[in-house]
Design a protein around this ligand. Structure first.
Ligand SMILES: Nc1ncnc2c1ncn2[C@@H]1O[C@H](COP(=O)(O)OP(=O)(O)OP(=O)(O)O)[C@@H](O)[C@H]1O
Length: 520
């Protein structure tokens, strides 16, 4: 029996095949998009802290991954026999097939999404929370765009699987490509030629969409984007407003009479049986700059993370402007009091945690836009002015990966300032930086201190801490064991503090040298 080439070629002009190809494309794209949306809902639900929701999503994924698609398609197509009211919808083979495919595929896609969501660094969520954003906002603006980019190659692969799975809908008489082929070869018995044409149609569809998805991946890849320069108009816009407080508001010694902005009262924090903070009391007054120093593992970072709710306290309370802010809760998560005040606390992390899919300017604009702090134009102007303040106006349109560590940390400071915080928290802001980049970040923090910004700084930079602070706090084994002005601490007879400072003597010597030079 000879292979019939002319017959094979004629099949590429067969209208039924092209109609069936269009149907396969429609069914595949609708299943893929529906699966992506519903799969993301399932993936987020499975990660939820709310146990019943997480259990429901997990059960759905388990059930629909176990069910053969063929069985599901036949089952859904026959539902109207038992539920007549569904016949309007499900008596159409296309709708029934589409529904069955979305139900089944979303279970697989949910797991792909979950992989993407888990790959996004935890610091991204913390950065969003520190900007006062809630769960949905954080997912929508920060996590999902990054997770989607990570998951895109696997999602593309799933699209190919979906295209091939559409052949199963022929079981409910939907005229897709394989069914058109079957009808032909049962009449003319040219099985090989017809199936080769069927294969070619599938390969064509997959190839076209493969190219489209490559384009999509390229589109989402910020690494390939070229940063635009800051325009003259933007520079003028940034410099037409001042983001530095007026001279009279600038730094003076904090008054002991002024009411504290923040009160930490008998705060304890435990991880399991290990108590890391053992009854911390601290009051922060307007304009005060407090540095927290101490040996590694003494609880400095835990303290500052507890102050802005990144870690929940186990006992005690934290008050903002003498109003409830943080206290232990039943579910171990902050309550509404937290959201009333968190946007007045700016946090700068050791690891920067800039949003990698957004430019420096977009990073700074994100939180004020989310909180509707003015028109887009005003927010943009303020963000440009803040970037100018930290010396990065020229880099406004660069992505984080196009900036040095020091520049990224300065953008992170501008991002926190964009919310006009009443108090700024710095968690070892220079520890992740190369030594030559430390100075540029410390300079920005020192300028803020001189402008009267209230700050708590956890730092290992002794020279800096003793230079900028009104008060230095020494922590050891989860307790504040010494506190006072820099001068008081240097003269303290606290044995452990003396030993700690002696170990840091090199840095302090440098400070004295600098002071001697400036006094001369
Ligand atoms: N998530 C956690 N789970 C369990 N223990 C933790 C956790 N986070 C911190 N700890 C423990 O709490 C103690 C204090 O840690 P913390 O990071 O606050 O110290 P630190 O003074 O900031 O140290 P460093 O200067 O090295 O950063 C350490 O013993 C640490 O192992």
């Amino acid at each position: 029996m000879e292979f019939d080439w002319p017959y094979l070629l004629s099949l590429f002009q067969n209208q039924d095949f092209w109609d069936a190809s269009l149907l396969v494309v429609e069914l595949s794209v609708a299943t893929w998009l529906g699966g992506i949306v519903f799969g993301m809902v399932l993936a987020l639900a499975k990660q939820s802290h709310y146990r019943p929701l997480s259990w429901l999503a997990g059960s759905y994924i388990w059930l629909f991954r176990s069910l053969p698609l063929l069985v599901l398609i036949i089952f859904i197509y026959n539902v109207p026999q038992f539920v007549p009211s569904s016949s309007d919808l499900l008596s159409s083979p296309f709708t029934a097939g589409l529904l069955a495919m979305i139900l089944s595929e979303s279970a697989y896609i949910a797991e792909i999404h979950r992989g993407g969501l888990l790959s996004v660094h935890r610091g991204q969520t913390e950065a969003g929370r520190a900007l006062g954003m809630r769960f949905i906002g954080i997912q929508r603006l920060i996590i999902i765009p990054q997770a989607f980019k990570i998951a895109l190659p696997s999602l593309a692969n799933e699209f190919v699987t979906i295209v091939k799975l559409t052949s199963l809908v022929s079981v409910i008489s939907l005229a897709e490509i394989l069914m058109v082929g079957q009808r032909l070869y049962t009449q003319n018995f040219k099985v090989m030629e017809t199936l080769l044409a069927v294969a070619c149609y599938y390969v064509l569809i997959v190839t076209v969409f493969d190219r489209l998805i490559v384009w999509l991946e390229h589109h989402f890849d910020v690494n390939k984007r070229i940063a635009l320069p800051t325009t003259e108009t933007e520079i003028l816009l940034a410099r037409s407003i001042s983001v530095t407080p007026p001279a009279k508001a600038q730094r003076s010694a904090p008054s002991a009479q002024s009411k504290p902005i923040l009160s930490v009262i008998e705060v304890r924090k435990s991880y399991g049986s290990k108590e890391v903070l053992k009854g911390i009391n601290l009051q922060v007054r307007p304009g005060e700059v407090i540095s927290v120093i101490g040996p590694s593992g003494s609880g400095k970072t835990t303290l500052i993370r507890t102050i802005n709710g990144m870690e929940m306290l186990t006992e005690g309370q934290i008050r903002m402007h003498d109003k409830p802010f943080l206290h232990p809760t039943k579910n171990g998560r902050p309550d509404e009091h937290y959201y009333e005040h968190i946007d007045r606390i700016g946090m700068v992390f050791q690891g920067f945690y800039l949003f990698p899919h957004k430019t420096a300017l977009e990073n700074v604009m994100l939180a004020p836009a989310y909180h509707h702090r003015g028109s887009e134009e005003d927010i943009r102007q303020f963000a440009l002015a803040l970037l100018d303040k930290v010396g990065l106006l020229a880099h406004a349109h660069q992505y984080p990966h196009q900036l040095s560590g020091g520049q990224q940390q300065r953008v992170a400071i501008a991002r926190a300032l964009a919310m006009k915080p009443a108090i700024m928290l710095f968690d070892e802001p220079t520890s992740a930086l190369d030594p030559e980049l430390v100075g540029e970040v410390l300079k920005v923090i020192e300028d803020l201190a001189n402008e009267g910004m209230t700050m708590i700084i956890v730092t290992h930079e002794m020279q800096f801490a003793f230079k900028v602070s009104d008060r230095v706090i020494f922590m050891e084994q989860g307790q504040i064991t010494a506190a006072g002005t820099p001068a008081q601490l240097r003269e303290s007879e606290n044995e452990r503090l003396c030993r700690f400072l002696a170990s840091q003597q090199h840095a302090l010597n440098q400070l004295e040298l600098t002071q001697d030079v400036s006094a001369a």
